[in-house]
Design a protein around this ligand. Structure first.
Ligand SMILES: Cc1cc2nc3c(=O)[nH]c(=O)nc-3n(C[C@H](O)[C@H](O)[C@H](O)COP(=O)(O)OP(=O)(O)OC[C@H]3O[C@@H](n4cnc5c(N)ncnc54)[C@H](O)[C@@H]3O)c2cc1C
Length: 433
């Protein structure tokens, strides 16, 4: 391509996918521009709060010493809610608490880009890519508000909406059933108060996933993560459910905040920030085409998110790395065609990314058909059971258990229970096959 505005690789979007792609290319000795619409990396980005060490290790191996980490996650808790009660299961690994950590995106993304710039990436903030330049069926560059830039390879890392992947026909309009809306508040609290409420010390962190309560009957999960001096509290809810039930996400979040088990964790906190962002939920079945002549699609733009485990940043980082490596191999061969770039998909297929997405391919569909059971009725019943189990009130236990059991079957017909059983079996076999 003949142009003064020509580089080797352009990466669009400075989230985890884009920065990983860009730094990989720079380390391979090629010129790379990382283009970001925000005025700094992270300024437009929002997520729950957890980043996974395995992925960061592959991109920035000495991150632990320098990166803006809030707390390493030592406790993983699963809180089942009914209206007034909750049952929490907590897991703690005493040997290895470096698996995951909490970070604030505005700081984290900025730090990652600073590292990438030190390694030779040219960073262009405040630059919105309006469209891709396609010549004779091949992506050859980008159009911004100011100029046109050209490259041998363009890596698309522009996040969940990816208008750019859509422009070149790699993906369709995002569908409400395949999308969740995440809303989140960051609530300021003194460090000692957080430590005391979550039973942690200052080097430890807690991650909560919440089921039921105000989200009963919806494909929705809540989350709580402990930062150093604040708490991130939010909900991710399927757009279709929000629409069909005519529920506004911030109302759902307000209801969650007033649940007694949540309210006591955030009591007297000061609201610092409110944000909202979409999450791709389509998984393996909704993945777009991942490459074409001259371009590859990474991270959320490629729907690489495992919602069951809240894993998105790791898939974004590793897919970005694979796209960067593929670009380098394309330079070696002097071939930027789809035939060459299909190597990117092969790398994804051989990694945990497509293997995990394949494993979970039917989970969301199965859950969404049985939300009122798995994300409503059963969490409620578990809370009720523990209420009986733990209450000493002078009333004999046998009668209570008989009433509980009768109630259980009265409120859930045999055919409903049968459908739930079939779905549970499908879930297990779907994951194991
Ligand atoms: C509520 C919520 C909770 C989540 N919780 C977690 C969690 O706890 N752990 C986890 O691992 N994942 C979580 N995720 C998912 C995770 O945030 C994403 O999977 C991850 O950020 C994807 O990275 P990405 O680089 O592909 O996209 P993004 O992080 O979205 O980055 C895309 C970048 O592209 C830029 N951009 C977009 N369009 C253009 C354009 N035209 N020109 C220039 N720049 C552009 C954007 O400004 C942005 O910086 C959560 C997501 C949400 C919404």
């Amino acid at each position: 391509m003949v142009s003064e505005n020509k580089t080797d690789v352009i990466v669009i979007g400075a989230g985890p996918a884009g920065v990983s792609a860009a730094v990989t290319v720079a380390r391979g000795g090629k010129k790379v521009i990382l283009v970001e619409r925000g005025n700094f990396a992270g300024s437009k980005n929002m997520y729950g709060g957890v980043i996974y060490g395995h992925a960061v290790n592959e991109i920035f191996p000495d991150y632990e010493q320098h990166a803006p980490i809030e707390r390493f996650v030592s406790y993983h808790s699963y809180m089942l809610l009914d209206e007034e009660q909750s049952t929490t299961i907590t897991y703690k690994n005493h040997k290895d608490n470096k698996n995951a950590f909490v970070a604030i995106r505005a700081k984290w993304d900025k730090w990652c880009v600073e590292q990438a710039v030190k390694e030779g990436v040219y960073f262009a903030p405040d630059t919105l890519v309006n469209e891709l330049i396609v010549k004779q069926g091949r992506v050859v560059g980008i159009k911004t508000d100011f100029e046109e830039y050209f490259a041998d390879v363009v890596i698309i890392a522009d996040g969940v909406n990816s208008l750019l992947a859509k422009q070149i026909g790699l993906r369709d309009e995002i569908k409400p059933k395949q999308t969740a809306l995440g809303v989140k508040e960051v609530i300021k609290l003194p460090e000692e108060v957080i430590n005391q409420r979550f039973g942690i010390n200052s080097t430890e962190g807690a991650a909560y996933e919440l089921v039921g309560g105000p989200m009963t009957g919806m494909l929705a999960l809540g989350f709580i993560y402990t930062n150093k001096n604040s708490i991130s509290l939010g909900i991710g809810a399927c757009l279709e459910d929000l629409k069909s039930k005519k529920i506004k996400p911030y109302e759902l979040l307000e209801q969650l905040k007033s649940h007694p088990s949540v309210a006591e964790l955030i009591k007297d906190g000061e609201l610092l920030e409110y944000s909202a962002h979409l999450i791709p939920e389509g998984g393996y079945n909704a993945m777009p085409k991942l490459y074409t002549d001259g371009a590859m699609v990474t991270g959320d733009a490629a729907m690489l998110v495992n919602n069951v485990h809240f894993e998105g940043t790791n898939m974004a980082m590793i897919s970005g790395k694979f796209a960067g490596e593929t670009a380098l191999e394309a330079f070696e061969k002097g071939d930027f065609s789809a035939n060459m770039l299909c190597l990117y998909r092969k790398k994804l297929e051989n990694s945990f990314i497509l293997k995990d997405l394949k494993t979970y391919r039917s989970v969301i569909d199965i859950l969404s058909a049985r939300t009122s059971s798995f994300l409503g009725y059963y969490p409620q019943k578990i809370c009720e059971f523990f209420n009986i189990f733990t209450t000493a009130d002078g009333v004999e236990k046998h009668g209570k258990f008989v009433k509980f059991t009768k109630d259980f079957f009265r409120k859930r017909s045999l055919s409903e229970l049968f459908k739930d059983g079939i779905s549970a079996v499908k879930l297990v076999f779907g994951v194991l096959k």
